[in-house]
Design a protein around this ligand. Structure first.
Ligand code: FUL
Length: 599
């Protein structure tokens, strides 16, 4: 044996011993299941709101809509799936039953379904068509079913929970694998004026009985939690863990808590960011020109996927049963932008060194941070909770995004970190100070030219486990400002608002917009009066609601049943609330930015 050969054998034996002698880090705290890890890896999914509201223009149908109103003229779920696939999404979740109680599949325990409509002679089945399209395009299929049912005669009685369980069994048992069951926490009154006490443990066990690996979404899980707002933003600090305690999906809960989770939280219940590409959840013609811009969508992407959350972007189907051209073109533009930003990893070809490596073992070496193997990570000895690694670039490179990934199968740990860059002048400069990492964190930094980048883990609940690092340059997203919220004249929402048009005109309706500024909250319910002369007033609506405005405080256009002649309109708030959707925003109260007539 020559010297070279024996040296090699010795070295590999030493490495083998080092690997074997070093114990793997123990899991820390609440852990995700394998299904939860796979779910988080999906990153970006499509939500499709579709149902009677698509045809009536409502956000919340009241259940009195006749079944025939649901009549898509050219339903094509393959178009939805092809669009989602091309957009880079991994799954589609459909509103199989919204609050109006109408089922998009022939649910035998319900009297208000596609089978009662004349659409396709009562033989249509949206869930069948969509689940088959998802299979064809390699997408996962998920189901939204609202427990709140404004049509079912049993709602508000003990029998309803059984009806609901049978509904779940049927939907979850008829269309193959369902990756996510989406439970809306809304719990309103039934036809008898009573609220239902939902049997959540029974609902969960039914889902798991039918679909053992399904992720159950609700405000508080158990699979994943609501992010606490409907404008598409997870907390800058965002833990996959939370103290769920005694909460059920229908008990009130702090939206800040949902937004950020808890360090050391007792349950793994990562945040899902659901947001619509349009102002409303359902399609309406009048919002075809209000589809979110690339800037708004990139902001949402960064504040969800880039903040340890999954993005569930709603793209509602229209009255044809298609995703509208404006939305699908925007999705393709977004995909092109994401590809452009993330296709070149500016850390490619770099080398990495860490301040310490667990047991000196190659298995946990810093190089794992840069390779593509998800299950290979860098870590340190158990008692070490502050450590750093330095990535040396092959040459000076310019970037403004730093992507980090933590190996979550063993628990989320990092609580604070900073990033430094070594400039061409040889000086290290701090370019970011942040808190959590989680599955994926995309940090915005100033445009930086550096020959090396250092990440300092400054606080960690246990030894940190890092399995991903990348650098990107985004030349598309221009601003870190808050979402583009139109600023009009801001009035407190608690006062009656009068609109004087100067002369009597024929009006089709009116518009009301809340805003993230001002005082007095957001109008949830209102009376509307009209006057032809400005002195005698007649009631148009009494106690009418702006549906879902608390979660989704967007501009609302209300259309009268028939044109109305009026010189003046008076909107009197009946119920004003602070919007949950304000969590994480600079202003947590709302005023009125717009009250105008639609002619
Ligand atoms: C909310 C519902 O009330 C909305 O209508 C919408 O479906 C949204 C996704 O969830 O709670």
């Amino acid at each position: 044996m020559n010297l070279k050969k024996s040296l090699l054998i010795c070295l590999s034996l030493a490495a083998f011993a080092a690997c074997n002698g070093v114990k793997a880090p123990q899991p820390y705290g609440a852990l995700p299941t394998e299904a939860q890890v796979e779910w988080q890896k999906m990153e970006y999914n499509m939500f499709v709101h579709f149902g009677p509201n698509t045809f009536t223009g409502a956000e919340w149908g009241d259940g009195t809509e006749i079944a025939d109103i649901f009549n898509p003229t050219a339903l094509d779920c393959r178009q939805w799936a092809a669009t989602a696939k091309a957009a880079g999404m991994k799954g589609i979740i459909i509103t199989a039953k919204h609050h109006d109680g109408f089922c998009l599949w022939p649910n035998p325990v319900c009297r208000h379904t596609v089978a009662q409509s004349s659409w396709r002679d009562g033989k249509g089945d949206v869930l069948k068509e969509l689940s088959e399209a998802c299979k064809e395009y390699g997408l996962k299929f998920g189901i939204y079913i609202s427990p709140w049912d404004r049509n079912d005669p049993h709602y508000g009685t003990d029998d309803y929970n059984d009806v609901f369980v049978k509904t779940l069994e049927h939907a979850l048992g008829s269309y193959g694998e369902v990756f996510e069951q989406w439970f809306d926490g809304a719990c309103g009154e039934g036809p008898n004026g009573k609220k239902q006490t939902y049997d959540w443990p029974l609902f969960y066990s039914t889902v798991y009985k039918m679909q053992p690996d399904a992720i159950i979404f609700s405000n508080v899980g158990p699979g994943c939690r609501w992010v606490g707002n409907e404008y598409g933003s997870a907390g800058r600090t965002c833990w996959g863990t939370m103290n769920v305690g005694e909460h059920t999906p229908s008990t009130p809960i702090s939206t800040d808590l949902l937004n950020e989770g808890n360090p050391d939280g007792e349950t793994w219940v990562a945040a899902e960011t659901d947001v619509s590409i349009r102002p409303g959840w359902f399609w309406r013609e009048s919002e075809n020109d209000k589809v979110k811009s690339i800037q708004q969508l990139l902001k949402i992407y960064y504040e969800s996927v880039g903040r340890n959350s999954l993005l569930l972007l709603n793209v509602p189907a229209d009255t044809r049963g298609l995703l509208h051209e404006v939305d699908s073109v925007r999705l393709m533009e977004l995909r092109a932008a994401i590809d452009e930003i993330f296709s070149t990893d500016l850390a490619a070809g770099a080398s990495v060194e860490a301040s310490a490596v667990r047991g000196g073992s190659r298995k946990y070496a810093a190089a794992n941070i840069l390779d593509a193997d998800y299950d290979a990570y860098w870590t340190v000895d158990d008692e070490v909770t502050t450590a750093s690694f330095t990535v040396t670039l092959p040459e000076a490179r310019t970037f403004n995004r730093v992507q980090l990934q933590e190996y979550i199968p063993l628990g989320q740990r990092v609580a604070a970190f900073s990033i430094e860059a070594l400039g061409e002048d040889g000086v290290w400069k701090t370019i970011a100070n942040e808190t959590t990492v989680g599955y994926k964190r995309i940090v915005h930094t100033p445009v930086t030219t550096a020959t090396a980048v250092r990440v300092n883990i400054e606080e960690s609940l246990a030894c940190p486990l890092i399995n991903g690092f990348a650098l990107f340059m985004d030349n598309i997203y221009v601003s870190d400002e808050k979402a583009n919220i139109p600023v009009g004249e801001v009035k407190p929402a608690s006062e009656a608002l009068t609109l004087d048009l100067g002369e009597a005109r024929m009006l089709k309706g009116f518009t009301y917009a809340p805003i993230y500024k001002g005082e007095g909250g957001c109008i949830v319910a209102y009376d509307l009066e009209a006057s032809v002369d400005g002195s005698v007033w007649t009631k148009v609506y009494e106690g009418k609601m702006f549906e879902n405005i608390i979660n989704n405080p967007t501009s609302r256009e209300v259309r009268f049943d028939a044109p109305l002649k009026a010189k003046a309109l008076r909107l009197t708030p009946v119920r004003v609330e602070i919007s949950a959707g304000a969590a994480g925003q600079e202003h947590d109260t709302y005023g009125v930015s717009e009250f105008s007539a639609v002619e």
